[in-house]
Design a protein around this ligand. Structure first.
Ligand SMILES: Nc1ncnc2c1ncn2[C@@H]1O[C@H](COP(=O)(O)OP(=O)(O)OP(=O)(O)O)[C@@H](O)[C@H]1O
Length: 752
């Protein structure tokens, strides 16, 4: 008996996408029916071989494809297993049918039995084989399943890793792009800096050339000036001579005029007299005539009158003689008059000449004065230009600038019995910049950027720093501090004298100028925001001078009164200084700031010492932060103006301090000595600069070691008893002047 034929068509295939190969095992439609069945072609070996082959090539698949193939493979295996199960089931059915047939027919030949047995055995072996295959395939399936899981897991891991890698790659490429951008901008900056450097070099050389030219011009101008002065002096001398002569000639002219008047009077008198004489003569003549007539009449009439006639004749002769003598006198008088008139004319002429000469001289003098004025304005312009160039050169060199100011003697101070121990050289190169100090018979000379003698007013001093103050509005960090012995005039210089407008100090003047300039820059689109903070460093602790809570100055207090941490100083990468929790006030006018200044000076630690009635016992730091933006160009600037009034150095022996004052004095001297340590280290260009040794030096770090425009006032007392301290201050100032701290940097950018 032939059982039902089961058609099995199986195709197991693995395809390698990369290799393009396809490994396949296909069973042709097979009729599994009794002995005709040649057996199933998918033997364990085949599958194993197939798997081995697959495993061998496994490496070549990439994980994803491997996984897909695996899934496909597993699907097919499942199908295969299903088919095998169906096959097994059909075989079982077949077997059962055969057995049924065997049982029902009961006629079973031994041959048939044999066949059936064989068939059964065969089928059993096939079933066993199939079961084995099935078990193997199941095992394989679970293995493949676990492998698949592992592969999926590794795939997800790989995917994650890939994602991470992609993300990191994206960030790296972003960073790379940024770095490239930065590199290009840095390159641009570098090239612009190089260009700027070249330009600056050119500028410096041109400035130097210009400076040289100016110097030569200055020297020629000075020569000219000297010459002109000499000429002027000669002229003035001539003029005075001429004036003398003129006065003389004027006097002689006056005299001549007087003479002339007198002569005229005389002439008129003489004329009158002549007239009188003439009248007399005429009268006499008429008389003579009448007499002659009478004589004629009488001659005829009587001889008796002969005697009378003779008498009359004698009288007439006498009168004639008188008349002729009077005419001679008249002639001489007329001659005199003519001579006087001549003389008058001559003196008129000389007076006219003198007047002309005087006019000429006057014109010459005014011309010379105009030339002198021109030369003086040229000289002043040259001096201003020289100062500007000097400032630019100093800025380019990166030095700290130093101005020295000597205060006048105070009413209770006496000048030295040996005369002034401070003098100012008058040579061209040190004029206004040099100071000499004589101590123990030895002369010490110093030169700074500017020296102000006691006569210098607050206005004179401010004029010299106004440009520096101005640059805070252009985005520079500016620091001006006053250093000096106690009572030498630091507070006077920085703050001025309260209640005296003329004696306002640099801080109020600077603020007025800044707010005025802010106003004047508004039409150009500039808008500025200003913030003020004020602090003092007293006994190495910071006090907020604008804080409403001044009960415990060194330590901040929370609202509940519990102490918070003390104020701390921090500098950022741009060199901006921040003092934690310090009160910062937005200000819009100089008035607001002066109100705050008054508040702060009331809070400041001030005390009476032997050296100063109102001595500042702390370092006072005024900070104005300026941030400006140009609405039309979007340019932004950030400037800072630091104005610092340091506490005065003093000798313990001299100050006579005790108790609290002694502690203050020691703290002041300690911080000033830290300042000088920093200056020494900077001057020597040492690697380590001990900025952190005191709060003062740490606060001043950006001004002393960075890119700010820094100016120091060294204040000097003219009192001879302070000569020693003054010498120390001048020496310290000379060191400061020699410090190179770098080129000031302008903080400006474009609004994003
Ligand atoms: N240029 C000046 N013209 C007139 N008076 C001055 C001048 N400089 C200082 N003074 C006067 O000298 C005295 C001492 O000056 P000031 O208080 O400014 O000294 P200081 O250096 O700040 O002292 P301290 O370090 O003790 O605070 C004050 O009375 C001040 O008015």
């Amino acid at each position: 008996m032939v059982g039902p034929a089961i058609n099995v068509r199986t195709r197991l295939s693995f395809s390698d996408v990369n290799g393009g190969e396809e490994l396949c095992l296909t069973s042709a439609p097979t009729s599994i029916a009794g002995s005709e069945c040649g057996g199933i072609e998918f033997t364990k070996e085949d599958v194993e071989a197939l798997l081995n082959e697959k495993l061998k090539r496994k490496d070549r698949f990439n994980l994803k494809e491997k996984c897909d193939n695996m899934v496909e493979y597993i699907k097919r295996l499942k199908l295969c297993i299903k088919w095998f199960q169906e096959l097994e089931y059909s075989y079982l059915l077949e077997q059962r049918k055969l057995q049924d047939e065997l049982e029902t027919s009961e006629i079973k030949s031994s041959e048939m039995e044999m066949i059936v047995k064989n068939k059964e055995e065969e089928l059993n072996s096939i079933i066993v084989e199939l079961r084995k295959n099935n078990a193997f395939l199941r095992e394989k399936f679970t293995q493949e399943e676990s492998e698949k899981l592992a592969a999926v897991e590794s795939l997800t891991k790989e995917k994650e890793a890939r994602l991470i890698m992609e993300r990191s790659q994206a960030s790296i490429s972003e960073e790379l792009a940024r770095a490239q951008r930065e590199l290009s901008s840095a390159n641009q900056k570098l090239s612009s800096l190089n260009e700027m450097y070249k330009r600056l070099q050119d500028y410096i050389t041109s400035l130097q050339q210009y400076n040289g030219k100016l110097h030569t011009e200055l020297s020629t101008a000075e020569d000219d000036l000297k010459r002109v002065e000499k000429e002027k002096a000669a002229m003035v001398e001539d003029l005075s001579m001429i004036k003398g002569e003129l006065a003389l000639s004027k006097a002689s002219q006056d005299e001549a005029l007087k003479q002339k008047d007198a002569m005229l009077n005389e002439v008129t008198c003489l004329r009158r007299e002549i007239q009188q004489v003439r009248d007399d003569r005429d009268r006499q003549l008429s008389l003579v005539q009448t007499l002659t007539d009478e004589v004629e009449n009488c001659r005829e009439s009587a001889e008796k009158y002969c005697e009378e006639l003779d008498e009359m004749k004698a009288k007439a002769n006498e009168l004639e003689a008188r008349c002729s003598s009077q005419s001679i006198e008249l002639k001489t008088l007329q001659n005199h008059l003519a001579a006087a008139e001549n003389k008058l004319q001559v003196s008129d002429l000389t007076a006219m000449e003198t007047m002309h000469e005087f006019e000429d001289q006057r014109r010459l003098v005014s011309e010379l004065l105009a030339r002198l004025g021109d030369a003086e304005t040229k000289l002043m312009e040259g001096e201003m230009l020289r100062k500007k160039l000097h400032n630019t050169i100093l800025e380019l060199k990166g030095n700290i600038r130093v101005f020295c100011r000597v205060r006048p003697l105070l009413p209770d101070e006496r000048s030295s019995p040996e005369g002034n121990f401070i003098s100012y050289p008058s040579s061209v190169e040190s004029l206004g910049r040099g100071i000499n100090l004589v101590q123990n018979g030895q002369r010490h000379s110093f030169t700074y950027d500017k020296v102000f003698a006691p006569e210098a007013t607050q206005e004179d001093v401010f004029v010299e720093i106004s440009q520096l103050v101005q640059s805070a509005l252009d985005g520079y960090k500016v620091c001006i501090f006053a250093y000096g012995q106690t009572g030498s005039g630091k507070t006077y210089t920085m703050m001025g004298k309260t209640g005296f407008l003329e004696e306002k100090g640099l801080i109020p003047r600077s603020l007025e100028q800044i707010f005025q300039t802010r106003q004047s820059l508004q039409p150009q689109g500039w808008k500025y925001d200003m913030q003020v903070s004020m602090l003092e460093i007293y006994n190495e602790t910071i006090h907020d001078l604008l804080s409403s809570n001044r009960s415990a100055p060194d330590v901040l207090r929370a609202e509940n009164g519990s102490p918070l941490k003390p104020y701390s100083i921090k500098h950022d990468a741009n060199g901006n200084t921040q003092v934690s929790d310090l009160t910062v006030v937005d200000v819009r006018s100089a008035k607001e700031v002066s109100f705050l200044l008054q508040e702060a000076s009331r809070s400041r630690s001030v005390g009476k010492t032997q050296m100063n009635e109102q001595s500042s016992r702390s370092h006072f730091v005024f900070t104005l932060k300026i941030s400006g933006v140009n609405e039309s160009t979007d340019q932004q600037v950030q400037g800072v103006l630091n104005l610092i009034d340091l506490a005065g150095s003093e000798r313990l022996s001299k100050s006579g301090s005790t108790g609290e004052r002694l502690k203050e004095t020691q703290a002041i001297n300690r911080s000033l000595s830290s300042l000088s340590d920093v200056i020494f280290a900077l001057a020597k260009k040492e690697e380590h600069v001990p900025f952190r040794n005191s709060k003062l030096t740490y606060l001043l770090q950006p001004c002393l070691g960075g890119d700010s425009k820094t100016l120091m006032f060294v204040n000097i007392s003219p009192d001879s008893s302070s000569a020693n301290e003054s010498l120390c201050s001048l020496r310290f100032a000379a060191r400061v002047n020699a410090c190179e701290i770098g080129t000031p940097r302008r903080l400006t950018n474009t609004r994003p």
